[in-house]
Ligand binder design. Structure first.
Ligand code: ADP
Length: 238
């Protein structure tokens, strides 16, 4: 428990710091991108300048991406949390719809959540959990593979399960996955905040998260992530 408290406090202070830094960095970076864009347009004929401007713009986009994820991380910590009955199948549908907009990746998402599995909480934040888990699964998956989201009910809990057929997670890094800024992705692609945010949202919902990797010990590959949440058993539960 003490570890968890330290972890939450650390996340909260990182969140505050991140919000401040992100705010201060956002405007000058936008300024740099605009200046590079102007120069690009003014010197259309000079291939070297055009190329350098394109690179400056590309790099500012990288900073913007990092700043945005810092901001969403920070805001998730400070925002008032909604608490309402949430249908997991519906959350999965939304998260999958969002990820499917990105056509760069050749993976197929399957929503196998049972419509009668409900939890209580903040639908947007729960969607954020799935978006982060699914995008990690996608980034680890080979072309043509499947990513499944399903739900399983216990007596008082529901498990939200994300399974991929990807690279799996080496044992040596499993302990570090929830650390803010821990990433194995290329700089600019990963911020290492995805699972740290998942952890704090799951904790806010009185849930737990477990990672099985490989998902299929026989095949030695894939990852299965289980989020166990208290089951909603209120009057409108189906
Ligand atoms: P980021 O996605 O920015 O790297 P995360 O905190 O979401 O940050 O993830 C941390 C690391 O966990 C990733 O860089 C990756 O190495 C590993 N990881 C998470 N999910 C998976 C998965 N489904 N398959 C393989 N590796 C994963």
């Amino acid at each position: 428990l003490e570890d968890r408290l330290v972890h939450s406090e650390r996340l909260a202070s990182i969140g505050r710091l991140a919000a401040g830094v992100a705010h201060e960095i956002g405007n000058p970076v936008t300024g740099i991108a605009c200046l590079a864009q102007n120069l690009h347009e003014e010197r259309e004929g000079d291939a070297e300048i055009v190329e350098t401007c394109a690179q400056i713009i590309e790099q500012t986009k990288r900073i913007t991406r990092i700043v945005q994820s810092l901001m969403s991380f920070a805001h998730a910590g400070g925002r008032q949390q909604a608490s309402e009955p949430v249908c997991l199948a519906e959350v999965a549908r939304e998260a999958i719809a969002l990820l499917s907009l990105n056509r760069e990746h050749d993976v197929q998402y399957f929503n196998l959540c049972a419509p009668q599995h409900w939890v209580e909480g903040d639908p947007q934040r729960l969607a954020q959990v799935l978006i982060n888990l699914l995008s990690n699964a996608r980034d680890a998956s080979p072309a043509g593979s499947a990513i499944r989201v399903r739900s399983e009910a216990g007596e008082h809990t529901v498990e939200l399960i994300v399974e991929d057929e990807g690279s799996g997670i080496p044992k040596s890094i499993v302990d570090r996955l929830f650390e803010p800024f821990f990433t194995t992705k290329d700089p600019g692609k990963g911020t290492g905040l995805g699972l740290a945010l998942v952890y704090s949202i799951v904790e806010e919902h009185y849930g737990q998260i477990t990672i099985d990797s490989p998902a299929d010990p026989q095949k030695q590959r894939g990852t299965r992530i289980r989020v166990t949440l208290p089951r909603y058993a209120g009057p409108t539960a189906h």
